[in-house]
Design a protein around this ligand. Structure first.
Ligand SMILES: [Zn+2]
Ligand SMILES: [Zn+2]
Length: 336
């Protein structure tokens, strides 16, 4: 069953509407509409896919007509983007024509909104190096990179975006908490006793992580640190609303589960490195054979865990002489 609009009220009486959007085929993401007094804030904007953009327009209309709130896309006070992933911001490629409100995103993701294509092309260069060092064959690398870049033409630059650090009074009752790891500039948003957790903490899925050798401020080290930050800043929240999946009430318990799941993975990768291993081999052994875009997700997720272990001296290189000789050799990791 498709989720419908849900209304939540904070302990200070602010109304928060959860708007379900089919951001990719058969994949639901949420935008939120915060209503307080005369102010209305749109939190995230779904994807550029027509079904997502159409649904967002319809939902805003429903909130006005069926819930009696004074909202429209033209009269929003503010648009706040939780992070620079296309399922959260790229709806603005279409909707920016109608929206007059300031659009705000964390400083570390503003470049993505300004010029998604440029950032994707830059990341693809680092991804190419990562894949080569991971031991992925040349032919497969070419296919994976083509897949990685295939979305670039859909997302057009978003104009007039402002940095979160310069937002001043615009945020009103919203307290942003920087939570990098899954995305460099991701923010969770505290609104009274509710936390909007974006993709940082979800009830069922452990959010995808890629190594920061591809994009700085991503990776497991930043992610763990941000879990800690959120645990302290939001331990007393009553309700957690994510960018996907259902609401969550036990924030601290869920953080603990996610942390343990990564620790188990770290232990498994560490143990697999009793013999020298490439990241491609580790990914295959841990995640099994994957198809399509999932291959990129599995390789980069394995890469994030290996990077974490290597950064902290748990792993070492088994072929440093080759690495010294060749420009971009396959890296073999083993336990230190
Ligand atoms: Zn995301
Ligand atoms: Zn997402």
């Amino acid at each position: 069953m498709q989720p419908t609009i849900e209304r939540y009220t904070t302990n200070a009486g602010r109304r928060l509407y959860r708007l379900p959007l089919e951001v990719f085929p058969n994949f639901i993401g949420y935008a939120y509409l915060l209503v307080e007094d005369e102010r209305t804030v749109l939190i995230d904007a779904g994807s550029v896919m027509p079904q997502s953009v159409d649904a967002l327009r319809e939902h805003v209309e429903t909130v006005r007509e069926e819930y009696g709130e004074p909202v429209s896309l033209e009269t929003l006070s503010l648009v706040l983007i939780t992070h620079g992933h296309i399922d959260h911001f790229s709806g603005l490629s279409v909707l920016q024509e109608e929206i007059r409100a300031p659009i705000i995103v964390h400083d570390l993701d503003i470049g993505i909104l300004h010029d998604y294509r440029e950032r994707l092309v830059m990341a693809s260069k680092a991804l190419a190096v990562f894949l080569q060092r991971a031991g992925v064959s040349e032919e497969r690398r070419a296919r994976l990179l083509e897949m990685y870049l295939s979305v670039k033409s859909l997302v057009t630059p978003i104009r007039g975006v402002r940095r979160l650090s310069e937002a001043g009074d615009l945020l009103g009752a919203i307290t942003p908490i920087h939570a990098p790891g899954h995305c460099p500039g991701q923010v969770c948003l505290r609104i009274d006793d509710i936390l909007i957790s974006a993709d940082h903490i979800l009830p069922r899925t452990t959010p995808h992580l890629a190594p920061e050798s591809i994009t700085p401020y991503t990776g497991l080290g930043h992610y763990f640190a941000a879990l800690e930050t959120i645990q302290h800043a939001a331990r007393d929240v009553r309700l957690v609303l994510g960018g996907h999946e259902e609401p969550l009430d036990d924030l601290v318990g869920r953080i603990e589960q996610i942390r343990r799941s990564h620790e188990r993975k770290l232990e498994r990768f560490y143990n697999l490195c009793s013999h020298p291993r490439t990241i491609a081999e580790l990914s295959l052994e841990h995640y099994g054979k994957r198809q399509g875009y999932d291959i990129i997700l599995a390789l980069t997720e394995a890469g994030a865990h290996v990077e974490y272990l290597y950064q902290r001296g748990y792993l070492t290189l088994a072929n440093v002489d080759d690495v010294e000789r060749e420009p971009n050799p396959v890296l073999l990791y083993r336990r230190a």
